[in-house]
Design a protein around this ligand. Structure first.
Ligand code: XUL
Ligand code: CO
Length: 445
């Protein structure tokens, strides 16, 4: 790590906020890690290597707290310059100041978060390239890396009917230009993944929508995007981020199971994995851990957008993750999966509209990082110091026997199953022991 001012520029945006360090759980300092000790070894790797934390650009540097009932409440000093490119440059300085002060290894962005859209495609590309060059230098100086890049294909009104699935081909072509430039930017910055979140890929009314055609267009678009990026040397993973609704009434990338079926139908499962967001899982009436497990079982767990919703409402509130039980259940799946591979834990999270102090955004990230650091340690202890894993393994032990394993391998036909049933008679009841599993988790929390 080099001198902070070289990485971040002349001006200090987060005045008075020091580099955040680990002080341990007895510390009363709100600006210190209580559990995230980046070099601490858990299950054979450092916390930093396991958790691969990332800060998202959009909420942290672009989200002002505006909602349908009122304007933004968060005043960002990096937004003050009236020249949009200078403001983008200032924002980049502020971003690298925050990344390095937090000590996170990764960041993520949409093209339009980091640079302003111009009056033509060419001008937008020039703006993006200008910022990408600056970001590249900052990455080299700081050691902070790009977890993933993506294109914002949902904010501009031209995408009101979708981007890749727009009924008008001209809009699809426009989206193509934007994705091509965002892929180039991601490649230039050494991004380890590239994300497609289907912002407005879906419908608000079934009967004006040719769903079959639109899904075919999305599959074709993604194939062409993959082919382009691979031809330019991109070796990272493409990620689809499921979400069932918001902004559309129905979104095509509804949940993990839906996306996995789609990837297989369009021959994309070799190059694509999934980016699971906790709040999107709950919007789909699933748990966070359920969505992770579906991906893990398919060998397609790519990355995580770490946040949470509010149990009392059904919106995408994108709150910082502070629920230790939820995070622990997620880390149980992640550890079982053998880790996150080239993915990470990206905080797609924002402080509340009335959290308006300069330190609130640090406190939000510190809380999220400490929650997952604790969850990692707890999940590891559950796996190694209890019968938790063994209980599930034993539940299926009948498939280790001759007949069970023959069935599992497809070597028992239905008539043979019926004969065995007659021979065995009524099976004994076997408890599922749910409360025991739940108690073991709580014992280690
Ligand atoms: C929206 C969302 C996006 C994606 C990236 O709900 O999660 O910010 O993560 O486009
Ligand atoms: Co997200």
């Amino acid at each position: 790590m080099t001198d902070q001012s070289i990485v971040t520029g002349e001006r200090e945006y987060f005045n008075g906020i020091p580099k955040i360090v680990f002080e341990g759980k007895e510390s009363a300092n709100p600006l210190a890690y209580k559990f995230y000790d980046e070099n601490k070894i858990v299950a054979g790797k450092t916390m930093k290597e396991h958790l691969r934390f990332s800060v998202c650009y959009w909420h942290t540097f672009c989200g002002t707290g505006a909602d349908p009932f009122g304007p933004g409440t968060l005043k960002f000093p990096w937004d003050e310059n009236s020249d949009p490119l200078q403001a983008a440059k200032d924002k980049l300085d502020a971003a690298f100041e925050l990344f390095t002060k937090l000590g996170v290894p990764y960041w993520c962005f949409h093209d339009r978060d980091i640079s302003p859209e111009g009056s033509s495609i060419q001008e937008s590309e020039e703006n993006l390239n200008y910022i990408v060059d600056l970001a590249k230098a900052k990455q080299e100086l700081s050691g902070v890396k790009l977890l993933w890049g993506t294109a914002n294909l949902f904010s501009n009104p031209r995408y009101m009917n979708g981007a890749m699935t727009n009924p008008d081909f001209k809009v699809i072509a426009f989206a193509g230009a934007q994705v091509k430039a965002a892929l180039d930017a991601t490649i230039a910055l050494g991004g380890e993944n590239y994300v497609f979140w289907g912002g407005r890929e879906g419908y608000s009314y079934l009967f004006n929508t040719d769903m079959k055609k639109e899904l075919h267009h999305m599959g074709t678009f993604l194939q062409k995007a993959r082919d382009y990026a691979r031809s330019k040397g991109f070796q990272g993973t493409f990620l689809i981020e499921p979400k069932p609704m918001e902004p559309c009434k129905h979104q095509y990338d509804f949940d993990a199971a839906t996306v996995i079926g789609f990837l297989r139908e369009y021959g994309l499962a070799e190059d694509f994995k999934l980016n699971i967001e906790a709040n999107h899982a709950t919007l789909a009436n699933h748990s966070f851990a359920h969505e992770l497990q579906i991906c893990s079982d398919a060998g397609l767990l790519g990355s995580v957008d770490a946040n949470r919703g509010d149990p009392q409402n059904g919106w995408d509130t994108d709150q910082f993750p502070t629920d230790l039980l939820d995070a622990t259940q997620a880390m149980l799946v992640v550890l079982d999966n053998g880790g996150l591979g080239s993915g990470g834990l990206n905080f797609d999270a924002k402080v509340r509209r009335n959290s308006s102090d300069v330190d609130d955004v640090f406190i939000g990230h510190i809380g999220g990082m400490d929650t997952f650091a604790r969850a990692l340690e707890v999940a590891d202890k559950i796996r190694t110091n209890s019968d938790f894993c063994l209980l599930k393994e034993k539940r299926y032990e009948s498939f280790k026997s001759d007949h069970g394993s023959n069935f599992e391998n497809g070597n028992l036909d239905l008539a043979a199953l019926a004969d065995l049933a007659k021979e065995n008679g009524e099976p004994n009841q076997i408890s599922g022991k749910q409360e025991l599993y739940e108690n073991i988790i709580n014992q280690f929390l």
